[in-house]
Design a protein around this ligand. Structure first.
Ligand SMILES: [Zn+2]
Length: 440
């Protein structure tokens, strides 16, 4: 008899939603993990004959799928959750968020705020995030401790200070991050100027050069509100997209968050330059920024992924509810229920997220050789019965709390809804301590 190969973890007895190029679904499937990779997947019976392991996870007929990817967020802002709601973006930012940030945001704030968000993300099935905020060394440190994959970058705002000084400071901080996380299996670094209305032209260009030299993603908020578009048009006689194109910062390494106010010419530019779009439907709805033309972008083969934005404008980090909102918003805004299907929406939250981050060969689908970033959902729940179409349930019926188990880089970070990598109660306590100072 042929000897069975040793594996580290086998997840069995589940429905595997691979999200591969053929959208293959394997009923009664099993996934085999060795070190941090998927080494095999297929029918449970075949896998059992080929592999042995000490760690078996029973998916109990639930769904085994790639971990979700949140491509735009500001994790530490979860401490500001519910601090200022029901306001337009400019008022919300200028009168509430920016002053509160000036007063309260420091290393400790960012460490514990991120830790809180990491718990929330693991609980709701997000295994990779892309963050823009401050004191990002703390964000990276917290993510490494939690075992969550992330892209981090210092938020760059230059409009209110000495641009040269800010450039030097942020360059130093970014170099620090590059050094600190050089060998990290989980953390990578990006360049993240906030927007073209909070950053000067020189700094936008200089940081694009820095990004190119170091082969880093360049991430920016773009065309989020009508006010932004009007302001840039008044100042430069062109749209924010045209402006960024003119100064030469748009290319396939540029990721643009929101992209709500685009005209056909803007879409053409984004498409031609290979810019990726980070769609944040719930933040756009809550701040009444508008509706991003996701249907048009997808039709034009622009890669669109999902983001929650920060918890102060959402107010949660649940990508399952973001999927639900993305699909429904696209339909109601076009008055066409056939656009942005459930399957397309699941792809936006998984493989498109991986493509956006340049990680499509590593994560975003369950395939042999990819990293083991996997979530298991409990489908033995009234709101998920019966099942005719798994994609439909994932977008319209599942919520984050249906995630039972979460594996990142081959490591079990949550099992049976218990986070194994860090102390969630202590995190909540520390966040409440910080919040008590803010509410005083
Ligand atoms: Zn944002």
């Amino acid at each position: 008899m042929k000897q069975k190969e040793k594996a580290d973890i086998i997840i069995g007895n589940g429905v595997i939603l691979t999200v591969n190029n053929n959208d293959e679904i394997i009923n009664d499937g099993a996934v085999v993990i060795k070190k941090n990779k998927i080494i095999d997947l297929g029918k449970s019976s075949d896998i059992k004959n080929k592999y042995k392991t000490k760690k078996e996870i029973d998916a109990k007929n639930g769904v085994i799928m790639p971990g979700l990817i949140n491509t735009h967020t500001h994790l530490a802002m979860s401490i500001f959750r519910g601090l200022a709601d029901d306001l337009p973006l400019e008022k919300w930012l200028n009168e509430y968020i920016f002053p509160a940030e000036d007063k309260f945001v420091n290393e400790k704030f960012c460490y514990w705020g991120t830790k809180l968000s990491l718990a929330e993300m693991i609980f709701s099935g997000t295994t990779t995030f892309c963050d823009m905020y401050f004191f990002e060394k703390e964000t990276g440190r917290a993510a490494e401790e939690a075992g969550v994959r992330g892209i981090i970058g210092e938020g760059i705002v230059s409009a209110f200070g000495d641009e040269d000084k800010i450039f030097n400071n942020k360059t130093r901080l970014t170099k620090d991050l590059l050094k600190e996380f050089k060998n990290s299996p989980l953390i990578s670094i990006a360049i993240e100027p906030h927007s073209c209305y909070t950053c000067g032209k020189e700094i936008l260009i200089k940081f694009k050069e820095f990004a190119k030299e170091n082969n880093l993603l360049y991430i920016i908020h773009l065309a989020e509100t009508k006010k932004e578009v009007d302001e840039i048009k008044n100042k430069f006689g062109m749209s924010p997209v045209e402006y960024l194109d003119k100064i030469g910062v748009l290319d396939e390494m540029t990721l643009a968050a929101h992209c709500v106010w685009l005209d056909d010419k803007d879409i053409e530019i984004l498409k031609n330059r290979g810019v990726k779009v980070l769609h944040c439907p719930e933040s756009n709805m809550k701040l009444a920024s508008g509706v991003a033309p996701v249907y048009k972008l997808l039709k034009d083969n622009v890669v669109v992924s999902l983001g929650t934005d920060g918890s102060a404008s959402n107010n949660d980090l649940d990508i399952f509810s973001e999927m639900d909102s993305a699909a429904k918003l696209a339909k109601v805004s076009t008055l066409d229920s056939t656009v942005v299907s459930a399957k397309e929406t699941v792809r936006m939250a998984t493989i498109n997220g991986a493509k956006v981050l340049g990680m499509e060969n590593e994560i975003g689908s369950l395939e042999i050789g990819k990293k083991a970033d996997i979530i298991i959902l409990d489908f033995n729940r009234p709101h998920l019965v019966p099942v005719y179409d798994y994609y439909s349930h994932l977008v319209y019926s599942v919520s984050g709390s249906d995630v039972e188990t979460c594996i990142i880089d081959g490591k079990v970070v949550m099992e049976n809804r218990k986070i194994l990598t860090f102390n969630v109660e202590k995190t909540i306590k520390e966040v409440n301590k910080i919040a008590s100072k803010i509410s005083n």
